[in-house]
Write a protein that binds this ligand. Structure first.
Ligand code: MOS
Length: 750
C-alpha cells in the first residue's frame, strides 16, 4: 500500500524482533565459536604485580588465556574514534576499575566464565582519585569540547550584566554519574578468513568501529568489515569502540576460530563510558520586568586518567535565550574512572537541568509565570553564532504543550495545591538540541520483479531507521512500502555517519531521499524516451509514479507499470547512487562528502537546532518525601516527521529517561575501592512501567527548507533535554523545596 512520509506505520522489523528472528551481534551463528570472557581489574589505580593464569589454562574447555604477559602487540587506541586510549592488554598498568586485564577463551560461555574466575592477580594499588568534589582544585581547562568547540565562550560581559541586574542569583547544581544500560550489552562476534576480518559488533557506527579495529590491530581498513544489523539500544555507549572489540578480534586471529564476546551487566558499568559527574555554577541576572541581563555557566565534569572527555553542559546556555552577556566555561577533573562518553543528549541533558532550573528560580523570584519569563527572553536568532535560525518553533511548542497540559491551572503559591495528603506541583522547562546533518550516501535499485532495494551503511539503534527509510523510499518512488527492502549496518554499504547526535534521520534520510529521487527520475526518463512506451515524448516533469505505475496525473489511460518498462527493455534492474552532505542545500560550491573531516564543513548560513517544551505534574508525599510524576506533556518541532509513531516513541523514551534522571538514576561510587558500586540493574534504579504515568509527546508542525535535503531534524535526544528540570521545578512548586542535586530522592525532600 502507498504510505506517506510521516504516516505512523508499525516497525517493518517489529515482527523479526518480537519473534526472536532478529539476530544481534552475539547471536550470529558461527561454526565452532570460542566464547570469550574478560578478566577485569579489581583496583582502580596502580600496577599488576603478578598474574597467574595456570589454573585457568588447565580448566576444562579452555582454549587460551591472553593477558599483558602473552598478548600480541596491539596499537594503543586513539581516543577518537577508539573510545578510550587505554593500552589493551599491553602492560601491567591500571588506570581505572574494571579495566580488562585478561581474556579467557573456552568452548562454552560457562567454561570461560569459570576459568576467568581462576585467574589470580596481585596488585600494587595506589589510592584512586574517584570523587570529583574532593579534587576540584585540580580542575583544568581542556583543549576543546567533545564536539570540537572551544571549552569556553563569551559574548558581552557577564560581570557587567550581573552588576546592572535588578535581581541576580548565584546557584550551584550537580548531576551524578549515569550509565546508559542498553538492554543489549556490548557484544562482538569476530571471524577471520585469511587476512580479512569481519566483526559483528553492537555498535552505533560501523565505519567508526572498522577504523578503530584497523588502527588497533594494524591492518588495512579495507581488510576490516563491520556489521551491525540490529542493536538493542545504544544511547551513546555504543558510539565509540571500546577495548573488548579489539580483544575479540585479536583472540580470533590468535586461536584461528570465530570468537564471541559479550560484556556482563557489571562490566557494562566500568570501562565502556558513562555520563560524568557535573558541578554547574550559574550566575543569572535579570531586570525587574523579566529580561535576562547575564548568564555565567561554569561546568566542572570529570574525565579519566587517559583522555579528556568534556560533558559540554554549557552548550544550551549559549543560544537558547536572548541575552547580551553570556559566558560559558568547561573544566575537567581527572579521576581513575574509565573515560566518560556521550550519553543521550550529551551536555544538553545535564546542562539543561541547571539552566532550566535557574530560569525557574529567576521566574519565581521575579514572580513572573515561567512560560511568560521564557517568552520575554525568546531568542529571535542564534545570538551565539550570530545566524538566523533555519527554523525555531519554541513558542509554538510552549503554546501546544501548555494548552494540552492545562498550565493555566498552575498556582504560583508554593504548596497550596493538594490532593488529599499529597502536594501537587506543576513545572515546565524548555528543550533544545542541535539538528546535526552529516554527509551520507545511498544506493537504490529497482528490480524487474517490482522490488526495490535501498542500501545505506547507517544503523538502526532501535530508533526505527529500517522503517522510516523504507517508508521514505517507497513514498518518493511511488511504490508500496512492502515492495522496499532497506539494508543497513555494514561497512560494505554506501558510507553514512555513525548514529549519534540524533543525526541518522537527517543524514541517512537525506541520502535515501535524494537517491530515490534520482532513481525515480531515471525511470521516468527511460519511459519518456522509449518509443514503445505509452508515455513516449511526454514532458518528464508531468510524469508521476503511483503504486508502481508511471502516468500523467489524472490520465490513467496512457500509463504503464515500472515492471512493464523494465521487461520491455529486458533490463534485470536499474541502479543509482548518490551522496549528500552539509552545504548542498545552501548553494555552496563544495559539498561535504562521506569521509571528510567534520572540521572542513562549509560555514552555515543558518543555525540548525531542534526545540521543544516539557510540562510536568508531580505528587509529593510530604511525610515520606516520595515524588511521583503524575503526568507529563511535552511538545517538539522536528521539521518533517518521517514517521509519527517512531518519532513519538523516541521522544517518550527521552522523557522517561528524564524522569529517571530527575528521581532515580545515580551511579554510586565506592570511594575506598574506586569502583562504581551499584553496577547492576537491581541497585541502579530506573523507572519501570509503574513509575511512568501518561507521557505525551506532541509533534508541532514545522517546515524547514534549509536544515538538510529531507527537511528533518533528529528527535532521538531532545526528549530528555529539560525533562529533569521540569520535574524539579514541579517539585519546587509543590513543596517550596528547590533540589539542585540530582536525583531528587526522598531524603532531600524531607
Ligand atoms: Mo548519542 S549520546 O550521540 O548516541
Amino acid at each position: 500500500m502507498m504510505k506517506n512520509i510521516g504516516d505512523p506505520i508499525a516497525r517493518v522489523d517489529g515482527r523479526l524482533k518480537v519473534t526472536g528472528a532478529a539476530l544481534y551481534s552475539a547471536e550470529i551463528p558461527m561454526l565452532k565459536p570460542a566464547y570469550a570472557v574478560l578478566v577485569t581489574s579489581t583496583i582502580a589505580s596502580g600496577r599488576i604485580t603478578a598474574l597467574d593464569d595456570e589454573k585457568a589454562r588447565h580448566a576444562s574447555g579452555v582454549i587460551a588465556v591472553f593477558s599483558y604477559k602473552n598478548a600480541p602487540h596491539l596499537n594503543r587506541p586513539k581516543f577518537m574514534p577508539a573510545g578510550q586510549s587505554t593500552p589493551i592488554l599491553q602492560s601491567a598498568d591500571i588506570y581505572y576499575g574494571g579495566q580488562p586485564i585478561a581474556v579467557v577463551l573456552a568452548e562454552s560461555l560457562e567454561s570461560a566464565t569459570h576459568a576467568a574466575s581462576l585467574v589470580a592477580v596481585s596488585y600494587s594499588a595506589l589510592a584512586p582519585a574517584i570523587d570529583m568534589f574532593a579534587h576540584l582544585d585540580s580542575a583544568f581547562v581542556p583543549a576543546k569540547r567533545q564536539t570540537g568547540e572551544d571549552p569556553s565562550s563569551k559574548r558581552g560581559n557577564a560581570l557587567d550584566g550581573l552588576t546592572h541586574a535588578d535581581v541576580k542569583l548565584r546557584l550551584m547544581y550537580t548531576t551524578p554519574v549515569e550509565h546508559h544500560n542498553p538492554m543489549e550489552p556490548h557484544a562482538a562476534t569476530a571471524v577471520w578468513e585469511g587476512d580479512q576480518l569481519t566483526v559483528y559488533d553492537a555498535t552505533q557506527g560501523v565505519t567508526n568501529s572498522a577504523h578503530s579495529l584497523s588502527q588497533i590491530l594494524g591492518v588495512p581498513a579495507a581488510n576490516v568489515r563491520v556489521v551491525s544489523r540490529f542493536l538493542g539500544g545504544g544511547f551513546g555507549c555504543k558510539g565509540m569502540s571500546w577495548p573488548h572489540v579489539a580483544i575479540a578480534a585479536m583472540a580470533a586471529r590468535e586461536i584461528k576460530r570465530p570468537v564471541k564476546l559479550a560484556l556482563t551487566r557489571p562490566q557494562m558499568f566500568s570501562g565502556n563510558g558513562h555520563r560524568p559527574t557535573t558541578r554547574q555554577s550559574i550566575d543569572i541576572g535579570a531586570s525587574r520586568n523579566g529580561k535576562l541581563t547575564a548568564i555565567s555557566h561554569i561546568v566542572d565534569s570529570h574525565t579519566s586518567a587517559l583522555d579528556d572527555f568534556t560533558e559540554a553542559s554549557g552548550s544550551p546556555t549559549e543560544f537558547l535565550y536572548s541575552c547580551s552577556n553570556v559566558e560559558v566555561l568547561h573544566r575537567l577533573v581527572r579521576l581513575n574512572t574509565g573515560t566518560p562518553t556521550f550519553t543521550r543528549a550529551p551536555g544538553f541533558a545535564s546542562g539543561s537541568f541547571a539552566l532550566e532550573s535557574a530560569m525557574d528560580e529567576m521566574a519565581c523570584k521575579l514572580d513572573i509565570d515561567p512560560v511568560e519569563f521564557r517568552l520575554r527572553n525568546f531568542a529571535a536568532r542564534d545570538e551565539q553564532e550570530n545566524l538566523p535560525w533555519s527554523s525555531n518553533s519554541l513558542r509554538e511548542c510552549y503554546a501546544a504543550a501548555a494548552a494540552r497540559f492545562g498550565w493555566q491551572r498552575r498556582s504560583s503559591r508554593l504548596g497550596s495545591h493538594r490532593d488529599g495528603r499529597l502536594l501537587v506541583g506543576y513545572g515546565m522547562a524548555s528543550a533544545t538540541y542541535p539538528a546535526h546533518f552529516q554527509a551520507a550516501s545511498a544506493k537504490a535499485t529497482f528490480y524487474a520483479n517490482g522490488k526495490v532495494l535501498v542500501q545505506c551503511g547507517t544503523q538502526d539503534i532501535g530508533t526505527g531507521t529500517y522503517t522510516v527509510m523504507a517508508q521514505t523510499a517507497a513514498n518518493v518512488l511511488g511504490v508500496g512500502v512492502e515492495q522496499v527492502r532497506f539494508e543497513l549496518g555494514d561497512t560494505r554499504l554506501p558510507a553514512a555517519p555513525g548514529s549519534g547526535g540524533s543525526t541518522t534521520a537527517a543524514s541517512a534520510g537525506s541520502a535515501v531521499f535524494n537517491t530515490v529521487q534520482v532513481l525515480r527520475d531515471r525511470l521516468i526518463h527511460m519511459a519518456a524516451t522509449d518509443s514503445r512506451s505509452p508515455l513516449y515524448a511526454t514532458d518528464e516533469k508531468l510524469i508521476i509514479i503511483r503504486d508502481g505505475r508511471l502516468m500523467v496525473d489524472g490520465h490513467a489511460a496512457g500509463s504503464e507499470t515500472l515492471v512493464e518498462l523494465l521487461a520491455r527493455q529486458a533490463l534485470p534492474n536499474v541502479t543509482v547512487d548518490s551522496s549528500t552532505g552539509p552545504g548542498i542545500e545552501q548553494g555552496y560550491p563544495e559539498m561535504q562528502k562521506p569521509g571528510d573531516t567534520p572540521g572542513e564543513r562549509p560555514k552555515s548560513r543558518h543555525s540548525y537546532k531542534v526545540f521543544g517544551a516539557h510540562f510536568c505534574e508531580v505528587r509529593v508525599d510530604p511525610d515520606l518525601g516520595e515524588v511521583r510524576v503524575a503526568r507529563m506533556v511535552s511538545a517538539f518541532a522536528g521539521g518533517r516527521i518521517l514517521n509519527a509513531r517512531t518519532a513519538r516513541s523516541q521522544l517518550q523514551g527521552g522523557m522517561i529517561w528524564g524522569i529517571g534522571m530527575a528521581l532515580m538514576e545515580e551511579t554510586r561510587i565506592d570511594r575506598q575501592r574506586g569502583f562504581f558500586s551499584n553496577a547492576n540493574l537491581a541497585d541502579y534504579l530506573l523507572p519501570v512501567n509503574a513509575d511512568i504515568p501518561a507521557v505525551e509527546a506532541l509533534l508541532v508542525e514545522e517546515v524547514d527548507p534549509y536544515v538538510n535535503p529531507i527537511g528533518s531534524k533528529g528527535l532521538g535526544e531532545i526528549g530528555i533535554v529539560g525533562a529533569a528540570a521540569a520535574v524539579a521545578n514541579a517539585v519546587y512548586n509543590a513543596t517550596g523545596k528547590r533540589i539542585r542535586d540530582l536525583p531528587i530522592t526522598p531524603d532531600k525532600i524531607i
